[in-house]
Design a binder for this molecule. Sequence first.
Ligand SMILES: Nc1ncnc2c1ncn2[C@@H]1O[C@H](COP(=O)(O)OP(=O)(O)O)[C@@H](O)[C@H]1O
Ligand SMILES: [Mg+2]
Length: 314
Amino acid sequence: MNPEPNIPPAIDVKGLTKRFGRFTAVDNISFRVAPGEIFGFLGPNGAGKSTTIRMLCGLLSPSAGAARVGGLDINREPEQVRARLGYMSQKFSLYRDLTVEENIAFFGGIYGLAGGRLRDREAAVIAMAGLAGLEGHLTGTLSGALQQRLALGCALLHEPPILFLDEPTSGVDPISRRMFWDLIQGMAAQGTTVLVTTHFLDEAEFCGRIGVIAGGRLIALDTPAALKRNAIDEDVFELALPNPAGARERLRDVDGILASAYFGQKLHVFCRRGAFTGDTLRQAAARAGLAPDAAAAIPIRLEDVFIRLVERRP
Ligand SMILES: Nc1ncnc2c1ncn2[C@@H]1O[C@H](COP(=O)(O)OP(=O)(O)O)[C@@H](O)[C@H]1O
Ligand SMILES: [Mg+2]
Protein backbone atom coordinates (compact mmCIF):
# COMPACT_ATOMS: atom_id res chain seq x y z
CA MET A 1 0.00 0.00 0.00
CA ASN A 2 2.93 2.29 0.66
CA PRO A 3 3.67 4.06 -2.63
CA GLU A 4 7.40 4.19 -1.83
CA PRO A 5 8.16 0.98 0.02
CA ASN A 6 11.86 1.78 0.57
CA ILE A 7 11.17 4.84 2.71
CA PRO A 8 9.93 4.09 6.23
CA PRO A 9 6.31 5.21 6.57
CA ALA A 10 5.50 8.37 8.54
CA ILE A 11 2.43 6.63 9.96
CA ASP A 12 2.22 2.85 10.26
CA VAL A 13 -0.99 1.43 11.72
CA LYS A 14 -1.55 -2.28 12.45
CA GLY A 15 -4.79 -3.73 13.71
CA LEU A 16 -5.73 -0.58 15.62
CA THR A 17 -8.91 -1.11 17.63
CA LYS A 18 -10.85 0.97 20.16
CA ARG A 19 -13.73 -0.34 22.22
CA PHE A 20 -15.89 1.80 24.47
CA GLY A 21 -17.46 -0.77 26.77
CA ARG A 22 -19.03 -3.34 24.45
CA PHE A 23 -19.13 -0.96 21.49
CA THR A 24 -16.29 -1.16 18.95
CA ALA A 25 -15.69 2.34 17.56
CA VAL A 26 -12.53 1.45 15.59
CA ASP A 27 -12.27 -2.12 14.38
CA ASN A 28 -8.89 -3.58 13.42
CA ILE A 29 -7.67 -0.83 11.09
CA SER A 30 -4.34 -1.08 9.26
CA PHE A 31 -2.72 1.36 6.83
CA ARG A 32 0.50 3.23 6.11
CA VAL A 33 1.12 6.81 5.14
CA ALA A 34 4.34 7.81 3.35
CA PRO A 35 6.32 10.94 4.29
CA GLY A 36 4.91 13.98 2.48
CA GLU A 37 1.70 12.19 1.57
CA ILE A 38 -1.77 13.68 2.06
CA PHE A 39 -3.92 10.83 3.32
CA GLY A 40 -7.66 11.40 3.57
CA PHE A 41 -10.05 9.69 5.91
CA LEU A 42 -13.50 9.70 4.45
CA GLY A 43 -16.52 8.38 6.30
CA PRO A 44 -19.98 9.20 7.59
CA ASN A 45 -20.59 10.62 11.07
CA GLY A 46 -19.73 8.14 13.78
CA ALA A 47 -17.49 6.07 11.49
CA GLY A 48 -14.55 6.23 13.88
CA LYS A 49 -12.41 8.93 12.22
CA SER A 50 -11.86 11.14 15.27
CA THR A 51 -11.29 8.15 17.55
CA THR A 52 -8.56 6.87 15.19
CA ILE A 53 -6.87 10.28 15.07
CA ARG A 54 -6.99 10.64 18.85
CA MET A 55 -5.25 7.27 19.24
CA LEU A 56 -2.60 8.21 16.67
CA CYS A 57 -1.98 11.49 18.53
CA GLY A 58 -1.36 9.61 21.79
CA LEU A 59 -4.47 11.13 23.40
CA LEU A 60 -6.46 7.91 23.70
CA SER A 61 -5.00 4.47 24.33
CA PRO A 62 -5.97 1.71 21.88
CA SER A 63 -7.83 -1.40 23.07
CA ALA A 64 -5.73 -3.48 20.68
CA GLY A 65 -3.27 -3.06 17.85
CA ALA A 66 -0.22 -0.89 17.36
CA ALA A 67 0.86 2.18 15.48
CA ARG A 68 4.06 4.06 14.86
CA VAL A 69 3.93 7.77 14.17
CA GLY A 70 7.18 9.38 13.06
CA GLY A 71 8.87 6.10 13.97
CA LEU A 72 7.60 6.18 17.58
CA ASP A 73 5.28 3.65 19.17
CA ILE A 74 2.03 5.31 20.28
CA ASN A 75 1.52 2.73 23.05
CA ARG A 76 5.00 3.06 24.53
CA GLU A 77 5.91 6.68 23.85
CA PRO A 78 2.70 8.74 23.65
CA GLU A 79 4.36 11.91 24.97
CA GLN A 80 7.22 11.86 22.47
CA VAL A 81 4.66 11.18 19.73
CA ARG A 82 2.71 14.29 20.73
CA ALA A 83 5.84 16.44 20.48
CA ARG A 84 6.37 15.32 16.86
CA LEU A 85 2.94 16.05 15.52
CA GLY A 86 0.47 18.84 15.04
CA TYR A 87 -3.17 18.16 15.83
CA MET A 88 -6.11 20.27 14.81
CA SER A 89 -9.13 18.87 16.61
CA GLN A 90 -12.61 18.76 15.16
CA LYS A 91 -13.78 21.51 17.49
CA PHE A 92 -10.96 24.05 17.11
CA SER A 93 -9.34 24.00 20.53
CA LEU A 94 -8.72 27.75 20.58
CA TYR A 95 -9.63 29.94 23.55
CA ARG A 96 -12.32 32.28 22.29
CA ASP A 97 -11.78 34.81 25.06
CA LEU A 98 -8.05 35.13 24.42
CA THR A 99 -6.64 37.33 21.69
CA VAL A 100 -4.99 35.85 18.59
CA GLU A 101 -1.55 36.60 20.05
CA GLU A 102 -2.45 35.10 23.43
CA ASN A 103 -3.67 31.88 21.82
CA ILE A 104 -0.42 31.56 19.91
CA ALA A 105 1.61 32.20 23.07
CA PHE A 106 -0.49 29.64 24.97
CA PHE A 107 -0.01 26.89 22.40
CA GLY A 108 3.65 27.86 21.98
CA GLY A 109 4.04 27.25 25.73
CA ILE A 110 2.47 23.80 25.43
CA TYR A 111 4.99 22.93 22.72
CA GLY A 112 7.86 24.30 24.80
CA LEU A 113 8.64 27.33 22.64
CA ALA A 114 9.99 30.47 24.31
CA GLY A 115 11.99 33.66 23.66
CA GLY A 116 13.24 34.39 20.16
CA ARG A 117 12.04 31.08 18.75
CA LEU A 118 8.49 31.73 19.97
CA ARG A 119 8.57 35.25 18.47
CA ASP A 120 9.85 33.93 15.14
CA ARG A 121 7.21 31.21 14.96
CA GLU A 122 4.48 33.60 16.06
CA ALA A 123 5.36 35.93 13.19
CA ALA A 124 5.46 33.02 10.73
CA VAL A 125 2.05 31.76 11.85
CA ILE A 126 0.47 35.23 11.70
CA ALA A 127 1.77 35.61 8.13
CA MET A 128 0.75 32.09 7.06
CA ALA A 129 -2.74 32.48 8.49
CA GLY A 130 -3.29 35.97 7.06
CA LEU A 131 -3.86 37.41 10.54
CA ALA A 132 -1.59 40.48 10.34
CA GLY A 133 -3.27 43.41 12.06
CA LEU A 134 -5.57 41.12 14.04
CA GLU A 135 -3.05 40.07 16.71
CA GLY A 136 -4.91 41.90 19.47
CA HIS A 137 -8.42 40.83 18.43
CA LEU A 138 -10.43 38.44 20.56
CA THR A 139 -10.42 35.04 18.86
CA GLY A 140 -14.16 34.52 19.36
CA THR A 141 -14.89 37.60 17.23
CA LEU A 142 -13.01 36.28 14.15
CA SER A 143 -14.79 34.64 11.22
CA GLY A 144 -14.88 30.85 11.04
CA ALA A 145 -12.27 30.88 8.29
CA LEU A 146 -9.82 33.00 10.30
CA GLN A 147 -10.35 30.88 13.42
CA GLN A 148 -9.64 27.83 11.30
CA ARG A 149 -6.39 29.26 9.98
CA LEU A 150 -5.38 30.32 13.50
CA ALA A 151 -6.10 26.79 14.75
CA LEU A 152 -3.96 25.40 11.94
CA GLY A 153 -1.22 27.90 12.80
CA CYS A 154 -1.30 26.86 16.45
CA ALA A 155 -0.99 23.20 15.44
CA LEU A 156 2.06 24.11 13.33
CA LEU A 157 3.90 26.32 15.83
CA HIS A 158 6.56 23.72 16.60
CA GLU A 159 6.96 22.83 12.89
CA PRO A 160 5.84 19.20 13.28
CA PRO A 161 6.69 16.81 10.44
CA ILE A 162 3.29 15.11 10.79
CA LEU A 163 -0.05 16.86 10.86
CA PHE A 164 -3.44 15.47 11.89
CA LEU A 165 -6.43 17.53 10.79
CA ASP A 166 -9.87 16.46 11.96
CA GLU A 167 -12.57 17.96 9.72
CA PRO A 168 -10.58 21.18 9.44
CA THR A 169 -12.92 22.80 6.94
CA SER A 170 -16.31 22.24 8.61
CA GLY A 171 -18.22 25.50 8.75
CA VAL A 172 -15.81 27.32 6.44
CA ASP A 173 -16.88 29.00 3.21
CA PRO A 174 -15.80 27.50 -0.17
CA ILE A 175 -13.23 30.17 -1.06
CA SER A 176 -11.57 29.87 2.33
CA ARG A 177 -11.67 26.09 2.04
CA ARG A 178 -9.75 26.39 -1.20
CA MET A 179 -7.15 28.69 0.39
CA PHE A 180 -6.82 26.28 3.27
CA TRP A 181 -6.12 23.41 0.86
CA ASP A 182 -3.51 25.50 -0.94
CA LEU A 183 -1.72 25.87 2.40
CA ILE A 184 -1.96 22.15 3.14
CA GLN A 185 -0.70 21.16 -0.29
CA GLY A 186 2.19 23.61 0.02
CA MET A 187 3.20 22.03 3.32
CA ALA A 188 2.95 18.51 1.93
CA ALA A 189 5.09 19.53 -1.04
CA GLN A 190 7.77 20.52 1.49
CA GLY A 191 7.62 17.12 3.14
CA THR A 192 4.98 17.43 5.85
CA THR A 193 2.83 14.32 6.18
CA VAL A 194 -0.87 15.08 6.48
CA LEU A 195 -3.71 12.87 7.67
CA VAL A 196 -7.00 14.69 7.22
CA THR A 197 -10.62 13.71 7.77
CA THR A 198 -13.35 15.24 5.71
CA HIS A 199 -17.00 14.97 4.74
CA PHE A 200 -16.43 16.91 1.53
CA LEU A 201 -16.03 14.71 -1.53
CA ASP A 202 -14.41 17.50 -3.54
CA GLU A 203 -11.71 17.71 -0.86
CA ALA A 204 -11.07 14.00 -1.06
CA GLU A 205 -9.80 14.67 -4.59
CA PHE A 206 -6.94 16.71 -3.10
CA CYS A 207 -5.67 13.67 -1.21
CA GLY A 208 -2.99 11.37 -2.56
CA ARG A 209 -4.86 8.37 -1.17
CA ILE A 210 -8.15 7.91 0.60
CA GLY A 211 -9.22 5.47 3.27
CA VAL A 212 -12.97 5.00 3.37
CA ILE A 213 -14.11 4.19 6.89
CA ALA A 214 -17.58 3.10 7.98
CA GLY A 215 -18.74 1.43 11.16
CA GLY A 216 -15.16 1.50 12.49
CA ARG A 217 -13.81 -0.51 9.54
CA LEU A 218 -11.57 0.54 6.71
CA ILE A 219 -13.63 -0.60 3.72
CA ALA A 220 -11.49 0.77 0.88
CA LEU A 221 -8.10 2.38 0.48
CA ASP A 222 -6.61 3.75 -2.73
CA THR A 223 -5.96 6.85 -4.82
CA PRO A 224 -9.09 8.78 -5.84
CA ALA A 225 -8.56 7.68 -9.46
CA ALA A 226 -8.16 4.00 -8.56
CA LEU A 227 -11.20 4.09 -6.28
CA LYS A 228 -13.24 5.41 -9.18
CA ARG A 229 -11.81 2.79 -11.51
CA ASN A 230 -11.94 -0.28 -9.29
CA ALA A 231 -13.93 0.08 -6.09
CA ILE A 232 -17.39 -0.36 -7.62
CA ASP A 233 -17.87 -2.92 -10.37
CA GLU A 234 -21.18 -1.48 -11.61
CA ASP A 235 -22.43 0.71 -14.44
CA VAL A 236 -23.75 4.13 -13.46
CA PHE A 237 -26.47 5.97 -15.36
CA GLU A 238 -27.93 9.39 -14.92
CA LEU A 239 -31.69 9.53 -15.24
CA ALA A 240 -33.41 12.85 -15.90
CA LEU A 241 -36.93 12.75 -14.51
CA PRO A 242 -39.58 15.46 -14.76
CA ASN A 243 -40.96 14.33 -11.41
CA PRO A 244 -38.37 12.46 -9.35
CA ALA A 245 -40.59 11.94 -6.28
CA GLY A 246 -40.84 8.24 -5.42
CA ALA A 247 -38.56 7.21 -8.28
CA ARG A 248 -36.11 5.30 -6.10
CA GLU A 249 -38.88 3.13 -4.68
CA ARG A 250 -40.23 2.34 -8.16
CA LEU A 251 -36.79 1.28 -9.41
CA ARG A 252 -36.00 -0.86 -6.40
CA ASP A 253 -37.37 -4.11 -7.78
CA VAL A 254 -36.21 -3.74 -11.38
CA ASP A 255 -33.93 -6.65 -12.28
CA GLY A 256 -30.40 -5.40 -12.93
CA ILE A 257 -30.79 -2.21 -10.89
CA LEU A 258 -28.78 -2.44 -7.68
CA ALA A 259 -29.27 0.98 -6.10
CA SER A 260 -30.02 4.61 -6.84
CA ALA A 261 -29.30 7.98 -5.29
CA TYR A 262 -30.44 11.54 -5.95
CA PHE A 263 -27.89 14.03 -7.23
CA GLY A 264 -29.73 17.33 -7.34
CA GLN A 265 -32.54 16.95 -9.88
CA LYS A 266 -31.03 13.82 -11.39
CA LEU A 267 -31.11 10.23 -10.23
CA HIS A 268 -27.92 8.16 -10.38
CA VAL A 269 -28.78 4.52 -11.02
CA PHE A 270 -26.26 1.76 -10.22
CA CYS A 271 -26.70 -1.28 -12.44
CA ARG A 272 -25.21 -4.72 -12.84
CA ARG A 273 -22.39 -4.54 -15.40
CA GLY A 274 -23.75 -4.76 -18.94
CA ALA A 275 -27.38 -5.11 -17.84
CA PHE A 276 -28.51 -1.92 -19.61
CA THR A 277 -27.74 0.67 -22.21
CA GLY A 278 -29.10 4.20 -21.81
CA ASP A 279 -32.04 3.25 -24.03
CA THR A 280 -32.93 -0.03 -22.34
CA LEU A 281 -32.67 1.59 -18.91
CA ARG A 282 -35.04 4.34 -20.02
CA GLN A 283 -37.48 1.69 -21.22
CA ALA A 284 -37.18 -0.29 -17.97
CA ALA A 285 -37.81 2.90 -15.98
CA ALA A 286 -40.87 3.61 -18.13
CA ARG A 287 -42.21 0.10 -17.43
CA ALA A 288 -41.70 0.82 -13.70
CA GLY A 289 -44.08 3.77 -14.05
CA LEU A 290 -41.56 6.58 -14.52
CA ALA A 291 -41.34 8.89 -17.51
CA PRO A 292 -37.65 9.68 -17.83
CA ASP A 293 -36.63 12.41 -20.27
CA ALA A 294 -33.26 10.78 -20.77
CA ALA A 295 -30.91 8.14 -19.44
CA ALA A 296 -27.19 8.12 -20.14
CA ALA A 297 -24.19 6.18 -18.90
CA ILE A 298 -21.90 8.48 -16.92
CA PRO A 299 -18.36 8.10 -15.55
CA ILE A 300 -18.51 7.18 -11.87
CA ARG A 301 -17.71 10.00 -9.46
CA LEU A 302 -16.05 9.73 -6.09
CA GLU A 303 -19.36 10.56 -4.45
CA ASP A 304 -21.01 7.61 -6.23
CA VAL A 305 -18.23 5.31 -5.05
CA PHE A 306 -18.54 6.56 -1.50
CA ILE A 307 -22.31 6.14 -1.38
CA ARG A 308 -22.17 2.61 -2.76
CA LEU A 309 -19.28 1.50 -0.54
CA VAL A 310 -20.94 2.75 2.62
CA GLU A 311 -24.35 1.38 1.64
CA ARG A 312 -23.05 -2.07 0.74
CA ARG A 313 -20.87 -2.66 3.76
CA PRO A 314 -21.60 -5.92 5.55
N1 LIG B 1 -15.57 8.46 24.68
C1 LIG B 1 -16.50 7.73 24.03
N2 LIG B 1 -17.32 6.90 24.70
C2 LIG B 1 -18.25 6.15 24.06
N3 LIG B 1 -18.45 6.18 22.73
C3 LIG B 1 -17.67 7.00 22.01
C4 LIG B 1 -16.67 7.84 22.62
N4 LIG B 1 -16.04 8.55 21.64
C5 LIG B 1 -16.64 8.19 20.48
N5 LIG B 1 -17.61 7.27 20.70
C6 LIG B 1 -18.45 6.64 19.67
O1 LIG B 1 -17.60 6.01 18.73
C7 LIG B 1 -18.12 6.16 17.40
C8 LIG B 1 -17.11 6.82 16.52
O2 LIG B 1 -16.97 8.16 16.91
P1 LIG B 1 -15.99 9.17 16.17
O3 LIG B 1 -14.64 8.57 16.12
O4 LIG B 1 -16.13 10.49 16.83
O5 LIG B 1 -16.61 9.18 14.71
P2 LIG B 1 -16.36 10.22 13.49
O6 LIG B 1 -15.24 11.12 13.88
O7 LIG B 1 -16.06 9.36 12.31
O8 LIG B 1 -17.66 10.96 13.31
C9 LIG B 1 -19.41 6.93 17.54
O9 LIG B 1 -20.49 6.01 17.58
C10 LIG B 1 -19.26 7.63 18.87
O10 LIG B 1 -20.52 7.87 19.46
MG1 LIG C 1 -15.18 13.15 14.06
